[in-house]
Design a protein around this ligand. Structure first.
Ligand code: DC
Length: 226
């Protein structure tokens, strides 16, 4: 790999990876890779093209030819377009998460998205958010974090987010979904969700996100990135 520095932030959904990665990329002025969005767009592209998530060969073909563009909106949000159509809202639904997790378990899909993820490694640096950033995609990254939190805490956070958005959701259903997704992400044969051996593991169950960020920044400073 080249000398572009990469900081990886892995962990299960709802552990605060997205928030921490955004803050970190902003503070450092580095690029940001939301790798989950690539899997989510792949799932959504299947829905649009009429391909079943259960058809590995067809899904891999979709992933190989994925026409996706990420743009940074004025409010700081990342917008995602598939074939020129904004799918940002669709890919962030619970169904979008289920699709992403299902297609992400297909080895050929992961292979197809590998080079696309590595293309994000551009100067001055990259913050990479995902499940296998530190174990597979950017194995040589000089600084790796693994954020985690209990399933009930993550379900509670997601519940509050969805309620704030005006959606009607059931907390037990959300918890069941999170447990099911954890199970699938952790037990798949390729790139399962596990911390890299050299990752700094942070459990945010009882820690406010501001404190998690302070802890992360401490390590970033130790490495001399700031
Ligand atoms: O981070 P997220 O919730 O947007 O990810 C959606 C799904 O995509 C997640 O359930 C597993 C999958 N994923 C993955 O397998 N590998 C990644 N690097 C990122 C996401």
């Amino acid at each position: 790999m080249t000398s572009v520095p990469v900081i990886t932030v892995d962990g299960p959904s709802g552990a605060g990876k997205g928030t921490i990665s955004h803050l970190l990329a902003e503070r450092l002025g580095w690029h940001l890779l939301d790798s989950g969005a690539l899997y989510r767009v792949t799932g959504q592209a299947c829905v649009i093209e009429g391909v079943s998530w259960g058809d590995p060969a067809a899904v891999a073909d979709i992933a190989r030819h994925l026409d996706v563009v990420f743009t940074l909106a004025e409010n700081g949000e990342i917008r995602v377009a598939y074939k020129g159509v904004d799918v940002s809202a669709e890919i962030r639904t619970e169904e979008g998460g289920r699709g992403a997790s299902t297609v992400a378990a297909i080895p050929a899909v992961r292979e197809a998205l590998l080079a696309r993820q590595r293309d994000f490694m551009q100067p001055p640096g990259l913050v990479a958010d995902g499940r296998d950033m530190g174990t597979v995609v950017f194995r040589d990254a000089p600084l790796k974090f693994f954020l985690t939190a209990s399933a009930s805490e993550r379900a509670e956070r997601r519940y509050k987010q969805l309620i704030a958005k005006g959606e009607s959701v059931s907390l037990p259903r959300l918890l069941a979904d999170i447990q099911e997704r954890d199970e699938r992400d952790s037990n798949r044969s390729v790139s399962p969700l596990v911390p890299a051996e050299d990752a700094i593991v942070i459990d945010s169950s009882a820690t406010p996100i501001t404190e998690v960020f302070e802890r992360v920044m401490l390590e970033v400073k130790k490495k001399g990135f700031i």
